[in-house]
Write a protein that binds this ligand. Sequence first.
Ligand code: UDP
Length: 481
Amino acid sequence: MDSQEHIVMLPFLAHGHLIPFLALAKQLQERTGFTITIASTKLNIQYLRSSISTDSDFKILFAELPFCSSAHDLPPNSENTENLSLDRVIKLFYASQSLEYPLLRLLNDIIDQEGRPPLCIISDIFFGWAVDVAKSVGTVNVSFSTSGSYGTLAYVSFCLNLPHRFTDSDEFLVPGFPETADGTDVWSKFMQQQFSRCLESYGWLCNSVEEIEPLGLDLLMKYIRLPVWAIGPLTPPAALKSSSSSHASISRQHAGKKPGLPLEKFLDWLDLQSPDSVLYISFGSQNTIGASQMMQLAIGLEGSRKSFIWVVRPPLGFDLNGEFRAEWLPEGFEERIKQSRRGLIVRNWAPQLEILSHKSTGAFLSHCGWNSVLESLSQGVPIVGWPMAAEQAFNSKMLMEEMGVSVELTRGIQSVIEAKEVKRVIESAMDEHGKGGDMRKKAAEFKELIKLAVREEGDEKGSSLKAVDDFVGTILYKRKE
Ligand code: UDP
């Protein structure tokens, strides 16, 4: 293949997007030898660089796009959704549109140096404006959804078909949307604008695995009427290694994130637990739950007598960077858990993939963010769902109804949960027989399917690798047209 070709990638400014973009960059480079540039803001590039510093074979270029958060009424250095409350996150979405001109300048610089435009621009589906930038410099834009096919389809079609009026007879209410979404709120407006532009791109890449969501993929292709390449799972490389209980086999740096405890502490503690006995609890890099939800979750968890690792973040309405307050949890909770060694309560961030890939981890209480879903399934770990925003409720629906790997605890950031329901659902999900056992068996099957999708032996390739190669072949052909 022509090693002089150049692809420019433009991820949205959130960890859940940076990670799959980076994994795709790595894969494209390994399979083609092309020059790959990831363009983003200074801080996000720092995150990306820090997450690949140990991987010396991976030579990727990073281009810094100027961005000033305070010019958009955001706190200084707010270049990523992390640590931004919901009302500020939407400001970051709108502010991200200011990257248009810096991207254009970068592309023109590349044209000056290389004598032709890059082969294509791979941009996040939240950056629909990149379609026109690509066209203006004579190249194609391919939109990349870091979500799965079904979640992408449901979210995109929901946003493009507003107003949608929820009624009592609606079978499936979507949390995170206003009860009557009429399309005039700031979120809907932004998404409509971006998604409708993405329908003009050359095709879509999706962090999906054909075998795990065939229906979603088929529906997505029919809906957008563009080529879709299912190239997932774009998880950090360690996710595809086999299960392990040893410390040495896993090495992953977290993009600029510091776990609340050193990795060894997690692994030492997990090594002491029996197989499939630990519930891992995390709501991703952005979401938090409310103070009363946190209290009920803690009481239910304690009542269940199951072992757990809980990544605790300040509840909704509190400063995400502020001091942690003991009163958010039941009196003496942390001390009792510590004394009994029944759990690890960790502030803000945990090495998720390492935890999920440990043989002691038996289930994942998750907000059903797509990276978390793929990381969990790639390790054969079933899910207890608590979807909160974006397309998470759709992901959860598919996990429960189509795949049978999940049970939903509740839905939405405003939901009322009770400790006894928490206890019941956790006990059922962790049970090795009945529902829990069924979910675990299914999750193990999906783990195998995911492995097959990325397997390569001689001329035999899994579906996701075929899709990547087909994508590259198609855009190369397009260049020659
Ligand atoms: N993550 C992590 N530790 C944490 C929380 C999150 O490593 O304590 C990582 C997780 O492994 C995943 C990403 O952050 O790769 C979260 O992405 P996801 O799509 O699940 O949710 P989002 O944060 O985008 O809502």
